[in-house]
Ligand binder design. Sequence first.
Ligand code: TNX
Length: 471
Amino acid sequence: MTSRITCVVPAPVEVHPSTDSFRITEATRVRITDDTATVGHYLAETLGLTTGSTGEITLSRQSTTPADGYQLTVTNTAITLRANTETGLFMAVQTLRQLVSDEGIVDGGEIRDYPRFAHRGAMLDVSRHFFTVDEVKRFIDQIVQYKINVLHLHLTDDQGWRLEITGWPKLTTIGGATQVGGGPGGFYTQQEFRELVAYATSRHITLIPEIDIPGHVNAALVAYPELTCDGVAPPLFTTTGTATGFSSLCTDKEITYQFIDDVLREVAALTPGPYLHIGTDEAHATPEEGYVKFVRRALDMVQRYGKQAIGWHEILRADPPTGTISQFWSKADDDPRVAEATARGHRILLSPANKVYLDMKYTPDSPIGYKWAGYLDVRDVYDWDPGTYLQGVPEEAVIGIEAPLWAEHVKHRGHIDFMTFPRLPAVAELGWSPRETHDWQDFRRRLATHGPRWTAQGMEFYPSTQIPWAV
Ligand code: TNX
């Protein structure tokens, strides 16, 4: 059998297998020091081991390792994880987990590794169908195994408003009361949201909250009809289907700006991370002049509350300041406005729908999903280069890559598993691994060995016929 050290996903920068191997037993201990304690305890918990002031598994801080990078060495007698930062050590732990067999054998060798892009994200839409705090935590624990370091939560949309805002309680009591198909919906209290943020932080995940404005706001308008131009509350929106872009905040009313100021202030205060996502996509029901005025005022607020704004790439219509990040989601691989913006110093986050939309069907036979951006089997997701993909956009302008899981069709955690795995590991490899390691045949071979792990973790992944799954 090939060594597990040659099967790591995402592919490390350097892998040097050896003939050594380390056997983990009940007596194996994780050696903890002051500056490695947090990750050391996480490692021990993950592998079911104890910690101590001595031990065969050692974590240490080493300033010469690149940020978020690490070095991992496995010999017959010791396992050593070295990194400059806690995040780097956490990444080393994720690699180590992939090297351990069911019997506790760790294949020997040495790995040196660091990421290609800083931002390696997944997005979960909790508006179209609501997912509980525990379901989101489960998702976090799945995605960190592939060195994903950003979780973008799409918290509001036409179908439901999912985060408590203290000054505007009906947003959640009314606007959070249902979902696609008419089920009971739900929302996070601020206390629950803080718990989620803390959990994400403990997993070295930056959480990006998205409040989608000025469109995609039907749930808010049902709760507060004064935010519409005619003052009339629309009905709750529970239909399954592709309708988007039909709702808008009234950009001519001052109360709209009081509203978003309160919302953005509270969300900023709940979020330790640097980013606030303000949506801005598909605002087809917002007149152009109102859209531009609205987006600029919203951007001022985000800045006032100490955050950096992200918007879907339509945000460039409002000519935002260059610090604003545009999340590119369309199907075309050229967009002159995006290219022009990057020439002026804008940075881009790549989420091309025809490459990384996790809500697309794999094949015509897939039981759930859309197909408007095409069928996306594993190879479609894997075989492209974020550094050269968008015409006129240089790699330096790309902060990274993010795979959105829109949830019109995603009803429960089994659906989350099915749509996310095995595609997200392909996205993770595009975001982490050096381009020189890119090789579909080798990726298939490595990924094939991960199926049994997912099964053991209770994940209902899609067994794509493109992958020669190990059993
Ligand atoms: C487009 S991508 C949307 C979402 C839908 C998704 C379905 C984007 C910014 N907007 O509102 O859920 O397509 O695939």
